[in-house]
Design a binder for this molecule. Structure first.
Ligand SMILES: [Zn+2]
Length: 636
């Protein structure tokens, strides 16, 4: 039985030697549960069924690395200098670069939720959006600046810098300042292209004109009262070196405090990018009065490597996104860069960040759910298989000494499953399950959930437990995601009934509850039960949409598994401007749903996407009405 697995001692966690990270409260609060927990396997499944626990998940440690590395505290924030030469700032652009990737649209509310999590994670700078791109984006950045930009988090009372992106023109800079100025530490990030190819074909300007615009706009941003201005020479990776030194020198004189060096097209190799940073550091007059930053796209799969090469060469701000989401092939991933620095600190000359790595798993999960961009199972650090050891040779090594094949402990990134609490869940013990889950969930999730959210979740948990022999971690996660990670609900599903088969046309009847609490029923015929149900939903809601993607996965093995559906829909909303090209584009909205019944699961996902679209459309309408009267002057 499980009791034979209980005794192995828990190895000391890295976090205890790390004064900047918040110690996890769960160890103290829930120690009675821990005492009864199987120690080397994850999962409720494992707890309920010890044979399953042999399969894969082990906790292991590269102890020598950890023990020697006590981490200093985060230095006081000064825009243009860092008092500890080894401290590296983490600049997160999940909500700007990441959010503009196809299908990743988040509503203002979702952005705020993610920003709160980024603050908990301990990022130094949150690039919250591109305020000139749409009135909704401006609102989102403003509300993040007001709340997250003024609320101390963690033990050190850290307050992140809130940054807004702008092109090099007054209208964009005004919008960015309007959005970020409410934060305790506001920053404007402005950029202009400096490569020959971009200046000639995109800007149609001479290098001299580009330098003049950059200087003028950086000075303009400072003149508004913004003490912290970041400048990016776009496509720096392909820009002429001498020209780069020149324009950087000029913007430092104009008041730029951070100089971001983007590899916009993801074209450079690590040694090349490292050399670029080193050259800039060596040859730009006045560079000692500014911070050098990296921003590496992942087109050749080198974003993390380039970012680390940049840090090694002297960059002290690294621009990254959670899960590496972003334009095209994405950006450098926060979790990879941060864990690489943490694991190989000595080799990187003692560099460290202020990230509390225990929040990585939750941040990753949250961004996956809200952006609709899910990571592949073998994704480094946060993929589902990142800590799974299936091969016989590996398992043998792991059983002898866990350091053999695992360089990071799951604990380090906050990957702790429910069996940490010693819960064995089944339908016979519902009352105990209720109590235990209520206590355990905030720790599993990384943040508090409301009683209403919990009761909604538990109601559905009970339904599943009644129908399924064994409720697994994955089931619980699917149900939680379905309850917690939902946009504002305009329409919710009351009932759905579908008939299908070889005999006749598939028919579905759907009953929805609308924004005003009214029930509406529609019936439709389709090519299959899901098609019929979606048509019935369309009949009721009447928002013109196109279904772009539909996929369904079963979260566990077995015929009684929960089905998770993901959909992407586009609507009639092209009120957003692309940060780099300036083109308007039609936003895509993702949605997910989970249920034992595939038709129910499908309808829940569809409604989730439609709800997200509805709140986005609503926000655009509301904020354009306001801003019509106070529109800023364009001086492009
Ligand atoms: Zn980018």
């Amino acid at each position: 039985m499980a009791s034979s697995l209980l005794s192995s001692p828990k190895p000391s966690s890295f976090s205890s030697a790390n004064p900047t990270s918040t110690p996890r409260p769960r160890a103290q609060t829930l120690s009675p549960f821990r005492a009864a927990a199987p120690r080397f396997s994850h999962g409720l499944a494992a707890a309920a069924n010890p044979s399953a626990s042999r399969r894969c998940y082990h906790r292991a440690f590269a102890r020598p690395v950890r023990a020697s590395m006590a981490q200093p505290r985060r230095p006081e924030y000064v825009p243009n200098r860092i008092d500890d030469p080894n401290y590296v700032r983490v600049f997160d652009t999940t909500l700007r670069d990441g959010e503009q990737s196809p299908g990743a649209t988040m509503t203002s509310t979702e952005k705020l939720v993610v920003a709160r999590q980024l603050a908990r994670l301990g990022v130094d700078i949150i690039e919250a959006g591109f305020p000139a791109s749409s009135p909704d984006d401006l609102d989102a950045v403003r509300s993040i600046a007001i709340e997250v930009g003024n609320t101390p988090v963690g033990e050190d009372g850290h307050v992140p810098v809130i940054c807004g992106l702008s092109r090099c023109n007054k209208r964009d800079i005004d919008a960015a300042w309007e959005a970020v100025r409410h934060a305790r530490r506001p920053r404007i990030h402005t950029f202009i292209a400096t490569s020959e190819i971009h200046m000639q074909h995109k800007l149609r300007k001479t290098p001299e004109q580009v330098v003049a615009i950059a200087k003028e706009m950086v000075a303009y941003a400072r003149s508004l009262g913004c003490p912290d201005v970041e400048f990016s020479p776009e496509d720096a990776g392909r820009s002429n070196r001498e020209f780069l030194y020149h324009i950087l020198e000029e913007v430092i004189k104009a008041g730029a405090t951070t100089l971001n060096i983007p590899d916009t097209v993801g074209y450079t190799l690590p040694y090349e990018f490292g050399k670029l940073i080193a050259d800039i550091k060596a040859n730009t007059p006045g560079i000692e009065n500014a911070i050098i930053s990296t921003h590496c796209q992942n087109d050749l799969g080198l974003a993390t490597a380039n970012t680390l090469a940049g840090a090694h060469a002297g960059a002290r701000q690294l621009e990254v996104t959670i899960n590496g989401i972003g334009e095209r092939a994405g950006n450098a991933s926060l979790e990879e860069v941060v864990m690489a620095i943490k694991c190989r600190r000595e080799l990187l000359g003692g560099l460290y960040t202020g990230i509390n790595t225990q929040h990585i798993t939750m941040s990753s999960k949250m961004v996956q759910e809200h952006s609709g961009l899910h990571v592949q199972p073998h994704k480094a650090i946060v993929g589902a298989n990142a800590f799974a050891h299936e091969s016989g040779i590996h398992q043998d090594g792991m059983l002898k000494y866990k350091g053999t094949y695992e360089i990071i402990s799951p604990d380090d990134i906050g990957l702790t499953r429910a069996n940490e609490f010693g819960i064995v869940l089944g339908k016979l013990r519902l009352n105990i399950a209720h109590l235990t889950l209520r206590k355990a969930l905030p720790y599993l999730l990384g943040y508090e959930i409301t009683d209403k959210e919990f009761e909604d979740f538990f109601k559905r948990y009970k339904e599943v437990a009644e129908k399924k022999k064994r409720v697994t971690d994955e089931d619980i996660e699917a149900l939680l995601s379905d309850e917690i990670f939902q946009p504002k609900v305009f329409w919710s599903l009351a009932d759905v009934q579908a008939t299908c088969g070889t005999l006749g046309l598939s028919t579905a009847t759907v009953k929805l509850i609308g924004p005003d609490g009214d029930e509406k029923i529609a019936c439709a015929v389709g090519t299959g039960p899901v098609d019929a149900a979606y048509k019935a939903v369309d009949d009721i809601i009447q928002i013109p949409t196109v279904l772009r993607e539909y996929s369904m996965t079963s979260v566990t093995e077995g015929i009684d598994a929960i089905a998770t559906t993901r959909v992407v829909v586009t609507g009639d909303v092209s009120d957003s401007k692309h940060a780099l090209t300036g083109h308007s584009f039609n936003r895509a909205f993702s949605g997910s749903g989970a249920a034992l019944d595939i038709v129910v699961s499908s309808v829940r996902a569809y409604l989730s996407a439609l709800n997200k679209m509805s709140s986005f459309v609503g926000a655009i309408k509301a904020s354009s009405e306001v801003s019509e009267s106070q529109r800023v002057q364009t001086t492009e």
